[in-house]
Design a protein around this ligand. Structure first.
Ligand code: F3S
Length: 425
């Protein structure tokens, strides 16, 4: 791998032991990927906090949080003092919501250890956004900006909607990038891999959040990790629709980049989206494909009595919380059901101020942050049947916690929460 003089100096210890470990990790990682160089990045999203009892025991045995960061973030058995980050760095979601330990099923000791770890991460300079959607709470990369982000739904959003450049990174590579402002220069950092490979022509209007989730789920299943180009979008989707679309496509497949012709920034035309090449394969998406995808997502559900409704995957926008609050106003969640809504901390603060949290809680629901049921593996006790408005969560939650899942609109989910039944077709 070609290194600049500054990168060689970091590797050789000029900036301290932790930076040297980080550079060594990035060189090994980049060489394994076949990258010829590193690219400069000043925008990183990753995970640096310690959240598990295993990490707590490890910290106690090895001498503190620097030992955890060395081992789990820098792949270094030797404990190195951890410096402040050099890149603008945002923290992703956690394995639990520390403000709701009982619901999440975590002990006081685990939360207390996490809080120490969070304070340490904040002292390093990491922004404690604690969300899978940093792009809606202050980390909005520019077009062409090289980033190092984890979390599939966020990666596909910033690549496709914002035109930023990232691969789906991991805990170790993002931590190394935070300390060095470097990441291997391959994949979606380069022009060629960003070009479209597969074309789909829409035969129906794709409008609602549910519509976009279904299209994304169908598309990801088809193209897997290639780059789909969608033609025939008649109504420009807003942030929640694009969020659900990308999250679904990255769940049923491994889509990290897509183009909507006439909408997303690298697809002003079909020619631009494909870079003048012909698509590898072309398909049409119509009522039949939509119907089959909905049936597939609901295939495992048969009990109509719903125990739990989860909204907020990916984390809800303020617009979606506003909608949920309006749907819940003056109503009550059924005594046999629970409704949890997940959102970033910053948006929860806005919902508090706007009175939406009060409306949601008055209905007997909870507005939570930092995590979700798939990440935390936490659902209300005794849950057998869930209702969801997210194709991504419907894809993962049944496999993770062994429940039946109904997928539908937000209104259908709120109706299920208030009646305790799934009444949609
Ligand atoms: Fe976010 Fe959890 Fe969904 S982390 S994208 S809400 S699976």
């Amino acid at each position: 791998m070609r290194l600049t003089d500054a990168e060689k100096a970091m590797r050789d210890g000029a900036e301290g032991a932790a930076v040297a470990r980080a550079m060594d990790l990035l060189i090994r990682y980049g060489e394994a990927l076949g990258a010829e160089s590193l690219v400069e990045t000043r925008n990183v999203c990753g995970t640096v906090t310690a959240t598990t009892p295993f990490m707590r025991d490890f910290a106690m045995a090895k001498g503190g949080l620097d030992a955890v960061f060395s081992e789990f973030n820098l792949d270094s058995a030797e404990v190195v003092p951890v410096p402040k980050v050099r890149a603008f760095s945002s923290h992703l979601q956690l394995g639990f919501d520390p403000h709701h330990p009982i619901e999440m099923g975590v002990s006081e000791q685990t939360v207390e250890f996490y809080r120490r770890s969070e304070a340490s991460a904040a002292r390093m300079g990491v922004q404690m956004m604690n969300t899978c959607t940093p792009y809606q709470v202050g980390n909005v990369p520019s077009r062409g900006e090289h980033c190092a982000w984890m979390e599939s739904s966020a990666v596909v959003y910033i690549n496709s909607v914002l035109g930023a450049r990232t691969n789906a990174e991991g805990r170790e590579s993002t931590s190394a990038a935070m300390l060095t402002c470097r990441i291997p220069n391959w994949g979606y950092h380069l022009d060629g891999p960003r070009l479209g490979t597969h074309a789909v022509q829409l035969d129906i209007e794709v409008e609602s959040v549910e519509d976009w989730g279904l299209l994304g789920y169908w598309l990801g299943d088809w193209v897997q990790d290639r780059v789909p180009v969608v033609c025939g979008v008649t109504r420009v989707p807003n942030l929640p629709r694009l969020k659900h679309f990308g999250a679904a496509a990255s769940s049923s497949g491994g889509v990290e980049m897509y183009h909507l012709v006439g909408v997303t920034p690298e697809a002003n035309s079909v020619e631009q989206a494909f870079g003048g090449r012909a698509p590898v394969e072309q398909r049409r998406y119509g009522a039949r494909e939509r119907g089959e995808t909905l049936a597939r997502l609901n295939a495992m559900a048969h009990d109509r009595q719903v125990d739990y409704v989860m909204l907020g995957c990916p984390h809800y926008t303020i617009e979606q919380i506003w909608e949920a609050a309006q749907l819940l106003e003056g109503r009550q969640v059924h005594t046999n059901c629970a409704l949890w809504i997940f959102t970033p901390r910053a948006i929860k603060a806005l919902a508090d101020r706007n009175g939406y949290t009060q409306t949601i809680e008055a209905a007997g629901a909870k507005l939570m942050t930092d995590s979700c049921s798939a990440m935390s593996r936490a659902v209300p006790p005794g849950t057998k049947v869930v209702a969801l408005d997210s194709a991504k969560q419907a894809h993962y939650l049944p496999a993770i916690v062994g429940v039946q899942a109904w997928f539908g609109t937000t209104a259908q989910c709120v109706e299920a929460a208030c009646t305790g039944r799934w009444n949609a077709a």
